[in-house]
Ligand binder design. Structure first.
Ligand code: ATP
Length: 357
């Protein structure tokens, strides 16, 4: 099912939770709604579900205006962060629940229910604990059961609100991979809310970056990470170095150095900020006359296969973070305290509005 929201607005008293949000969720794709706490992700998900109604704007399901349709008519499945499984029911009965409460005319027979629940438990790889009760399960197992339960009624849309939020980092990572595989098997149009950028970039087909009730950017993980549309997106999706300065005719002068701004940069003249990811910096030992930012190596440490370098700019003492493969770092033989020269391979320049991240 395709989902489209058009010009959605939602106020809670004086507070604007959603401010003219328009988005498309393609059929069979997995979309991540990503953004800081309070930006409106859950509210948007609830509006798509029909648990909440917008003040204005429309929700289209397969092209049909469904803004006023009741949640039960929308064929959505949900999984929430603290999904309350029924404690007094076995895993099997929890998954069967949605089928058992169907109106009599749509309700499958007992043998059909047994068959279906068995298949779903196999799908989430938990058929071996069908007879257990929820308190006897780990957090990750509970979330997988919650998913099986949501899938039992064959929803046309699956909505997940921070489904792995309450779990520890290692389990989260396993479950995300697993969710991706499950989605690849089933192709149910799915939207999941997260404030974890790594989770969104790793799992989703498309990512929606939200901030203060508005959409900042929609794109593939690669697009939003490598071509951020705004300083907010740059800052939210990973570490970034800022080079404050003045732009004159497309050249950013920052301290003793200048950088050519990309053609599409939003500023040609005026106060500007260059944004450079740590892995987009070339670092070399300083030689007189070398072009680039002169900086001292303050600290270097390895994180897995990467070396992370903290450098202090000679002209303004700003700390710059650079990342390079450990092998390269070792081959350069750099020592803490040495003077280096740093050159961005890639820089984005935005207008300095005084509220940079
Ligand atoms: P989080 O990541 O913290 O869950 P979120 O992006 O999902 O945040 P929402 O839950 O959509 O944010 O809430 C958006 C804003 O609307 C928040 O400031 C919240 O306090 C407010 N809000 C949400 N629901 C209500 C409500 N029923 N009444 C009043 N304010 C609300």
């Amino acid at each position: 099912m395709t989902i489209e929201v058009q010009h959605i607005r939602k106020q809670f008293g004086q507070f604007t939770a959603l401010d003219d949000v328009s988005l498309q969720f393609p059929d069979g794709e997995l979309t991540a709604l990503l953004g800081p706490s309070g930006c409106g992700k859950t509210t948007l998900l609830r509006i798509i579900a029909g648990l909440e109604y917008p003040d204005s704007g429309s929700v289209l399901l397969d092209g049909q205006d469904s803004s006023h349709r009741h949640v039960r008519e929308r064929q959505v499945g949900f999984v929430f962060q603290h999904y309350a499984l029924f404690k007094h029911m076995t895993v099997f009965e929890n998954v069967a629940f949605g089928l058992r409460v169907k109106p009599r005319k749509d309700r499958p027979s007992e043998s059909q229910i047994r068959e279906k629940v068995k298949k779903l438990l196999e799908l989430v790889q938990l058929d071996w604990i069908a007879d257990r009760y929820p308190p006897q399960l780990s957090g990750g197992q509970r979330q997988r059961i919650a998913l099986a339960r949501a899938l039992a009624v064959e929803p046309r849309v699956l909505l997940l609100d921070e489904p792995f939020g309450a779990l520890d980092a290692k389990v989260r990572k396993e479950l995300r991979r697993w969710l991706r595989r499950l989605h690849d098997d089933l192709h149910v149009t799915s939207i999941f809310v997260t404030h974890d950028q790594e989770e969104a970039l790793e799992v989703a087909d498309q990512v929606v970056l939200m901030n203060k009730g508005r959409v900042e950017q929609l794109g593939s993980p690669d697009q939003v990470y490598n071509n951020p549309a705004s300083p907010f997106v740059y800052g939210f999706l990973g570490n970034v170095n800022l080079f404050h300065g003045r732009v004159t005719d497309g050249v950013l002068a920052s301290g003793d150095v200048s950088f050519q701004a990309p053609q599409h940069a939003g500023v040609r003249d005026g106060a500007g900020i260059g944004y450079v990811r740590p892995h987009d910096l070339d670092v070399e030992r300083y030689t007189p006359g070398a072009a680039g930012v002169v900086a001292k190596l303050r600290r270097a440490h390895a994180i897995g296969p990467l070396a992370q370098l903290d450098l202090e700019r000679a002209d303004n003492q700003q700390i710059i973070e650079a990342v390079m493969p450990n092998e390269r770092f070792a081959s350069l033989g750099l020592k803490e305290g040495e003077t280096l020269v740093v050159r961005p391979r890639r820089i984005e320049v935005f207008v300095d509005e005084g509220n940079a991240i």
